[in-house]
Design a protein around this ligand. Structure first.
Ligand SMILES: Nc1nc2c(ncn2[C@@H]2O[C@H](COP(=O)(O)OP(=O)(O)OP(=O)(O)O)[C@@H](O)[C@H]2O)c(=O)[nH]1
Length: 924
């Protein structure tokens, strides 16, 4: 590496004009005439020495001891009276360590300052250390003795200036060298890169040429094959063929290569552009996501999390969308009809049913129209109709199992009963038997009260319940008219009876209703205790009774069977204690138990509406304890227990298991056999009651429709089949149930008996209208038709009949449908009197001051007392007076005084009906 520089370069380095440098060179004796003349290293030193000399500096030998780092020391000694201060080092010099030796003699201080300059570091850093070293080897007048203030200072300043300049020169030279080196290095690298690029291009071109040649012609290929290892001279080898052709080919190849390069470049640029675009998008998303994750506030964080969570989910949803779209054109209509399983609740609206079948409501309406029903979209359908529609429309209908308020209540009750501790309870006994075999007399004897005597026709009509305390224990009795009410209660799911006492008159033996009673008892799984009654009668034949009973699988114990049989007389009371013993023994065998504490649960034995008292329901408590103030739900009714009475009319506060009580407070009359449940919550009671009411309404509608359909059926399809439609009203629910059951059973192969409607209370206009539409006979049992209904009945020519004896009513219907239309004795009302006031007479008791409003009142005719169109008493007249005179009859529109025999409870507002038994032809 040469260290020679031109004059111009040196002038530039030193920072002086070229002319001046040339002059200085000439002065120094260096022969450099032009600016591009070279100056050697030696000449540089020569110039330097000349310059120093020209500035009056002491000439120092050029040869200094060689060292990597030259130290220049200065030891200025002063005898300054003041404290000597170290001289300030030049800014571009390294900090020199100061070492002061403080030798104080009197007031004078000797200060020695030593400076040290080091160039070693720069030398090592510089790529060309030789030049630098040489430059730094310049002898400098560093050691100067201070002699006198002014010349010494001047000399030092000059020396320092000179040194600085020399140093500057050296630095510039070093920098120049470094710059040159860098430039040379760069040039070299560039040359190498160019050469490499050229070689690569040449190589590429050669490869392309080879390929082209290989494709083009074989001779060329052969030619090339002769000189395979000559890479660069290939074009020259081509020149051997034809110069112009080669040139042309080369141009073409070049063009092709260029095109190819351009295409490659274009593709590359395209790829880069795409990549850049992708990166740009990613960069755009990235800050958003990081921003969302930035938890500056809790709310923001939450929001951002939501966004982060929802965003991919949206994408996820979107992704599968694409194939779906692609597949869309492949959609095909289903080839087979879709059959759905439709759950049908108890009631459902047309609209809801359509929705469950996934069809339009119009289709359901159309279907129903086809079946003869005009409905609207909001109309409610019962389950049967809805299921029929579902099946008709080709779907599968299943009954929906719904957990409604009633189910929930029942579940709760079962749970409570299951948890409560069960205790022994009294047996509940039902007395059954044939007519007049002595059921009422037996119960009466047991209760020590005379009830039988006052009953109309000598037959039990009201279904009651009583409990009696005997010396041997408590027994509760249900007094029912035969087995009809018993079976009606059973039909409602009530199992109120534990033991049946089957009364068989010893003088009469087993009769048809005795057999029916046995069958009902067996069907219910209730054990039977036989009471062979009327043993006091001389013609009593208990053996015959036992004999007949064995035909019906009741074998008495004394004959080796397991049936307890007790011979009694309701008249004399003989054997009654034995009968009660037998009942209690049977109950012990049955181990009857029920929880005493907890929610009360029972059964309605009977219920009726009484003026001033509202609904009066006889409830048999079966488990728990019913208390006054309890909220109860019974059938479709509910209410709070206002008061409770026992069978003797005494007010009671509570009733435990197996105890019957009369309950006041229900919202309406429930049916015999309906359950009674005490609930804590009135809301729940109302819900359950409403649910059941709606169900009952639907059932009634079905019943009505069924009756009409039957009639239609009998008229249109089977001309031979006759249907007798009946509307039945009675004074108490028990009678309604018993009559209904008996009437329906009268149906035979030729005639069908249908009870279109039935209920408790007087016959109303609505009943009459229903009778018109359903072409029904109206039967009143101990009830009467009000004025409005009578008008309708007369206008329409309907058949209205009143009865006060169950078996008369049933027999009438029975005989009528059996074709026994022989004239029979019937009742005919001949007069009606309205009670205006009641007077007390010492001789006759209560005397009713009346106005005859219909017909005629006759002295010797039987009468009935009506209150709110319900018969409350039946008997005879004690007295009939007009102006204190006894008269035999009083006509319509006349006032009179009536005394009722053995009855003193007549009240103003009551009606007294006078009737006669007349013989007339059957109309049924
Ligand atoms: N001699 C005698 N007569 C009796 C006895 N038990 C009942 N009677 C009479 O038999 C008749 C009918 O008695 P009831 O008690 O009304 O018979 P019932 O079975 O209740 O009749 P229904 O209510 O119509 O089912 C009455 O006249 C009673 O006086 C008895 O043990 N001996």
């Amino acid at each position: 590496m040469s260290t020679e520089v031109t004059v111009k370069q040196l002038a530039t380095t030193v920072g002086i004009p070229v002319e001046r440098l040339l002059t200085q060179l000439q002065e120094a004796g260096i022969s450099a005439q032009a600016e591009n003349a070279t100056i050697t290293e030696g000449e540089k030193i020569q110039l330097l020495q000349h310059l120093r000399r020209s500035h009056g500096k002491k000439d120092e030998p050029a040869e200094q001891p060689e060292s990597e780092a030259t130290s220049v020391r200065r030891r200025p000694a002063t005898n300054d009276s003041r404290a000597a201060r170290p001289s300030r080092p030049a800014p571009n010099r390294g900090a020199a360590p100061q070492r002061g030796s403080a030798a104080r003699t009197g007031k004078s201080v000797n200060v020695e300052v030593r400076r040290k300059r080091s160039f070693g570091k720069r030398n090592t850093e510089t790529p060309q250390p030789a030049a630098t070293v040489r430059t730094t080897q310049r002898p400098e007048p560093e050691r100067t003795e201070a002699k006198g203030a002014s010349p010494i200072d001047e000399q030092r300043r000059r020396a320092e200036l000179e040194a600085r300049r020399a140093e500057e020169d050296a630095r510039r030279l070093a920098e120049q060298e470094a710059l040159e080196t860098r430039q040379r290095e760069e040039a070299r690298r560039k040359a190498e890169a160019d050469a490499r690029a050229k070689a690569e291009a040449e190589q590429r071109r050669k490869a392309e040429e080879e390929q082209a040649r290989a494709r083009a012609e074989a001779p060329t290929a052969r030619y090339e094959a002769t000189e395979p290892d000559e890479a660069m001279p290939v074009p020259a080898a081509d020149a051997g063929e034809s110069e112009s052709e080669t040139e042309q080919q080369r141009d073409e190849r070049r063009k092709a290569a260029k095109k190819h390069a351009e295409r490659s470049e274009k593709e590359r640029l395209e790829r880069e552009r795409e990549r850049a675009e992708k990166d740009r998008k990613a960069a755009r998303k990235e800050p958003t996501r990081t921003k969302k994750h930035d938890p500056t506030t809790a709310l923001e964080e939450e929001t951002s999390e939501e966004a982060v969570i929802t965003r991919p989910s949206v994408r996820r949803r979107k992704k599968p969308g694409k194939p779906q779209l692609q597949d869309k054109h492949g959609f095909q209509r289903p080839t087979a009809p879709v059959v759905r399983e439709v759950e049908v609740p108890e009631t459902i609206s047309v609209g809801d049913l359509a929705a469950r079948m996934s069809v339009k409501a119009g289709q359901v309406i159309k279907e129903l129209f086809k079946q003869g029903m005009m409905v609207t979209i909001n109309q409610t359908l019962d389950r049967d109709t809805a299921m029929l529609v579902v099946e008709e429309m080709g779907h599968k209908a299943v009954e929906a199992k719904e957990e409604d308020a009633e189910d929930a209540l029942m579940a709760l009750l079962e749970e409570e009963v299951g948890q409560a501790e069960a205790q022994s309870r009294p047996p509940v006994v039902t007395i059954m038997g044939h007519v007049d075999h002595g059921k009422t007399s037996l119960l009466d004897y047991i209760r020590r009260a005379k009830v039988a005597a006052g009953e109309a026709g000598g037959i039990t009509q009201h279904i009651g319940a009583y409990h009696v305390e005997t010396e041997r224990g408590t027994v509760s009795f249900l007094d029912t008219p035969g087995h009809a009410a018993f079976s009606a209660m059973r039909a409602r799911g009530a199992k109120a009876t534990d033991i049946v006492i089957l009364v068989v008159a010893a003088d009469d033996g087993v009769m048809p209703q005795t057999i029916e009673a046995i069958q009902h008892s067996k069907a219910a799984g209730v054990p039977v205790v036989v009471a062979v009654n009327k043993m006091d009668r001389p013609d009593a034949n208990p053996d015959r009774v036992m004999q007949e009973l064995t035909h019906h699988e009741l074998v008495p114990e004394e004959w080796g069977g397991d049936t307890i049989l007790v011979k009694v007389s309701a008249k004399t009371g003989d054997g009654i204690d034995d009968l009660l013993d037998a009942v209690l023994l049977q109950s012990e065998v049955l181990e009857l138990k029920a929880p005493v504490e907890g929610t009360a649960h029972g059964t309605i034995v009977e219920s009726s509406l009484e003026k001033g008292r509202g609904t009066v329901a006889t409830v048999l408590v079966q488990s728990g304890t019913l208390r006054v103030g309890d909220m109860i739900v019974s059938g479709a009714e509910h209410g709070r227990v206002r008061a409770m009475f026992d069978e003797l009319g005494r007010s009671v506060k509570s009733a435990g298991p197996s105890i019957p009580v009369q309950v006041l407070g229900l919202s309406g009359s429930p049916n015999a056999g309906d359950d009674v449940i005490a609930v804590t919550d009135e809301k729940r009671a109302r819900e359950v009651a409403e649910l059941r009411r709606e169900r009952d309404r639907q059932t009634r509608m079905d019943e009505q429709r069924g009756a009409n359909l039957d009639q239609l059926f009998s008229q249109l399809k089977e001309g031979d089949l006759k249907s007798v439609n009946i509307i039945l009203k009675a004074d108490v629910q028990g009678s309604v149930e018993a009559l209904k059951e008996s009437l329906v059973k009268l149906s035979n192969d030729e005639v069908k008996v249908a009870v279109v409607a039935s209920g408790v209370g007087g016959i109303t206009e609505s009943d009459a209208n229903l009778a018109v539409t359903s072409n029904a006979i109206v039967l009143g049992f101990n009830v009467r038709a009000d004025a409005a209904s009578r008008r309708v009945i007369e206008e329409q020519g309907l058949d209205l009949r009143y009865y006060s004896v169950i078996y008369e009513l049933i027999d009438d219907v029975k005989k009528a449908i059996s074709g026994l239309l022989s004239p029979i004795v019937t009742e005919e009302i001949i007069g009606l009197a309205q009670v205006r006031d009641v007077f007390r007479s010492s001789k006759f008791g209560a005397i009713a001051g009346c106005m005859v409003i219909e017909g005629v009142i006759r002295r010797n005719s039987p009468i009935r007392v009506l209150r709110n169109n319900v018969v409350i008493y039946e008997g005879a007249l004690e007295s009939l007076r007009r102006y204190k005179e006894d008269v035999s009859e009083v006509k319509n529109g006349t006032e009179c005084g009536i005394g009722v025999k053995n009855y003193n409870d007549v009240q103003p507002g009551d009606q007294i009906e006078v009737f006669e038994r007349k013989e007339r032809a059957r109309e049924l």
